[in-house]
Design a protein around this ligand. Structure first.
Ligand SMILES: O=C(O)CCC(=O)C1=CC=C[C@@H](O)[C@@H]1C(=O)O
Ligand SMILES: [Mg+2]
Length: 328
């Protein structure tokens, strides 16, 4: 891959703090850095707790966007799901109300400090608001062990589930859960997210027959081309999802979804509805249930408006430099 000099990355570096309208992953603000190359901006926003080796894949993805470019699109829009954070059931209608025309919802479950009853209430509220024809998937972020997952999914499945994303933490647990669900006749598909995006070997989950669906995120896999390779090698249906991106990062996810030969499920690319600010006036938000495949015009005034304080900008400059040494 074309590798810009570290100075080129640091010279164009911009850092913003974008407010969210709903708490997600425990935060109400998303800190995002941008690098700038000949093709425009690339988003570099690994979550703050990630180490340099893991975060360097996000840097490779930002460099691809700004210096290399993406594979050709085979579609002009991408159907997306609404994302429902671990909110109380009485806030579900508000959250869903932001998503124009989405007929699939992904609901966070097994959040720290919450009970299965909270999850049941939230999923029931989603079914209630969206009606019987909507598709509902849940995402436990590895929060259950196999037994808890089997019990939770046997109860949640009465609301009709499209799949359960990362119900357990390890690949072995996902495999054992699939067997347990089949034995008990619980008809819920298993999707892998962290087992792909945080793994040394993203294809192990397929080798162990541990998932029915692969959730693929661009930045954690090192860019659109790399993610496309993982998606093709998987041999199971793929759902492209965001990493809580601004429109710049979202465009990369949309580019991947647009390039995939088959897209059987709605993608998790609607999360800009959880933000109350962006760096473009024309956010890549869903309209009538889909996101358009198009370029994003970053506005300098918005980069200024949401600019992070100087110590955070220095933090991100150090992070870029550190990750740069890990680029392969
Ligand atoms: O898939 C979606 O609907 C939206 C994206 C999403 O849920 C996530 C984005 C970023 C970090 C993750 O905790 C979370 C996920 O686990 O899938
Ligand atoms: Mg997930």
């Amino acid at each position: 891959m074309t590798r810009p000099a570290l100075d080129d990355l640091l010279d164009g570096l911009r850092v913003v703090q974008l407010p969210l309208n709903t708490r997600f992953r425990g935060v109400l603000e998303r800190e995002i850095a941008y690098v700038r190359g000949p093709l425009g901006y690339g988003e570099f926003a690994p979550f703050l707790e990630y180490d340099a080796a893991e975060a360097s894949r996000w840097l490779a993805s930002a460099i691809e966007a700004a210096w290399v470019g993406w594979p050709a699109a085979v579609r002009s829009s991408v159907p997306v799901n609404a994302t429902v954070p671990a909110v109380p059931a009485d806030q579900v209608a508000d959250v869903l109300g932001r998503y124009d025309g989405c007929r699939t919802a992904k609901v966070k479950v097994a959040a720290p400090g919450q009970s299965l009853q909270d999850d049941l209430d939230r999923v029931a509220a989603v079914r209630d608001v969206m009606g019987p024809d909507a598709a509902i998937r849940v995402d436990a972020n590895g929060g259950w062990d196999v037994e808890q997952a089997r019990d939770a999914l046997s109860r949640l499945s009465s609301y009709g589930l499209e799949y359960a994303e990362q119900p357990c933490e390890t690949v072995e647990e996902l495999r054992d859960l699939r067997v347990a669900l089949a034995h008990q006749g619980i008809d819920v598909l298993v999707a892998a997210d962290e087992s792909i995006r945080k793994a040394d070997d993203p294809l192990r989950v397929v080798e162990l027959e541990a998932a029915d669906v692969a959730v693929i995120k661009v930045a954690p896999l090192g860019g659109v081309a790399a993610a496309l390779e993982v998606a093709s090698a998987c041999g199971i249906p793929v759902v492209v999802s965001s990493a809580l991106d601004s429109s710049v990062g979202m465009a990369a996810g949309v580019a991947l979804a647009a390039a995939l030969p088959e897209l059987p499920y709605a993608c998790g690319l609607g999360t800009l509805e959880l933000f109350s600010a962006d760096v473009t006036a024309k956010s890549l938000v869903p309209q009538r249930g889909s996101v358009d495949v198009r370029d994003v015009d970053v506005e300098t005034a918005l980069l200024h408006r949401w600019e992070a304080p100087v110590e955070r900008r220095q933090h991100w400059a150090r992070r870029v430099a550190e990750c740069y040494t890990h680029l392969s």
